[in-house]
Ligand binder design. Sequence first.
Ligand SMILES: [Zn+2]
Length: 107
Amino acid sequence: MPNLVQALQGFREGSTYYSVGDGFYYCLNRTKGSRKFLKCFRHGRYKCMSRASFEVNSRELSVTVNHNHAPEPWVESLLKERHAMKGHAARDFDFLQTSSYGRFTYN
Ligand SMILES: [Zn+2]
């Protein structure tokens, strides 16, 4: 029984992450018919080239390119925590932004 794709509210306003609960998260790359094509949300920070897609009806994820990093199961709880706090602790999450400039804003 495969895990079904779940949509999570992303770090940025209006963004959505997709996950099957294995510690990897994906952003929507494009939609073609009833199939959504995803790319890893770490494509910016880790230059991860992972790709996956799923049919919106079955929600069974098929990964076509594997990740170049370890799963990060804690991201999901950070997302939930962040939305619970309504962005007040946004600074703490800057390291999760998909910036490849290495510009961190810890005080
Ligand atoms: Zn990845």
